[in-house]
Write a protein that binds this ligand. Sequence first.
Ligand code: TTP
Ligand code: MG
Ligand code: MG
Length: 428
Amino acid sequence: MNSVEFSNHAENRDHQAVSLPRRIAHLDMDAFYASVELLRYPQLKGLPVVIGGSRRREDMYLERLRQIDPDKDWQNAPLSDIPVEVFPRLKDYAGRGVITTATYAARQFGVGSAMGLMKAALLCPQAVLLPVDFEEYRKYSKQFKSIITDIAPVMQDRGVDEVYVDFTNTPGGQREGGRVLARLIQKSIFQATQLTCSIGVAPNKLLSKMASELNKPNGICILSEEDLQTKIWPLACRKINGIGPKTDEKLKSLGITLIGQLALYDPNELITHFGQNYGRWLFEAANGRDDSPITTYSEPVSLSRETTFERDLHPASDKDRLTPIFTRLCEQVSNDLKRKGYLGKTVGIKMKYDNFKTVTRDQKIDIATDDPKEIRRYAGELLKRVDLTKKIRLLGVRMGSLVKVGEWGAEQGSRETRPEEGLNQELF
Ligand code: TTP
Ligand code: MG
Ligand code: MG
């Protein structure tokens, strides 16, 4: 799993002479990874399909296909020719993988994102299991976003399958509360990609994010301030972007489960329990108030790679396995940095033990780098600062404090690496 964390720059606040009511859209693709896979394998449409487990390999079904029909030239046959029975099923999966997403047909069985594949197999054994292909998803991600900015240029990236779009001053953005423009965007994306999305349009980001979920899939939801009590207040507090599981638990202990209850709670009480800033924010959010701007440009603040092992590994008895895994993570982070054109000034490691306790350590370094050996050397030093007497289930490497290559100075990355700091040095 790789991940990129973003910070926002270059805020885009309205400075228009005529001030129109704010109309902010949130667009989110429907069952994104799964929908992209179904473009490749249309024969799976309507079936329960989950995405997860291993990475995609080009030739993965070839052997079974040759068994079924040895005379056919499977290598050159379209992917849509692959018979449905050739695809692996959830019931045959063994391992620790989790679901990234599931088609809506699979969700009816109660399976969904972040659920373990083996647990999901109990609920829907017949579901087709497809591997992940991030490259393909990124390709479609870029494509749908560029279709949006062609129509409505003020867009904030919010991850691989979602964006905020400022409709306020975009032509058509005020018509029917934003519905006309939302329909146009939805139609344009579908025509170009055959992918569906859902759009919420509301007076602010907070409400539009909730609205986009209300009519999923392939839906549009237009919210005005008057809809707050009927459409938002009956929802669980967790639906607010910014209320996580811990806050939710705490709210529940105060007897607050629905947004409406939070909205009517004494704000001073909330401040007592959650602190000045967050307490106030909770109250404002539940009352549908949010003036956070659309930020149209974002840069990563960190890049990381992590991996969960098939079985827990012990630093002492499994060091032959852990060392190459660790090296590989450093190389992957290095490649990510190079591909995106960044150097990092903070190296970090993450470790999850078999009891699920997670520890992280990080360290500032003198010279920003993207060099795998340098990353490994510093990350290796950090290993000395964690407990290596217990079994580990996950290992991760992270580079933070990123700077764009070229914005850092000529000396960057020019430091000679001594041979003993190479990629083969023992770590565990
Ligand atoms: P989401 O937009 O949360 O989900 P989705 O697009 O699959 O389905 P929905 O119709 O409800 O929007 O996430 C976008 C993609 O991100 C999703 O297709 C797969 C990936 N993802 C994960 O890998 N792990 C996760 O836990 C989640 C929630 C998503
Ligand atoms: Mg989605
Ligand atoms: Mg999403």
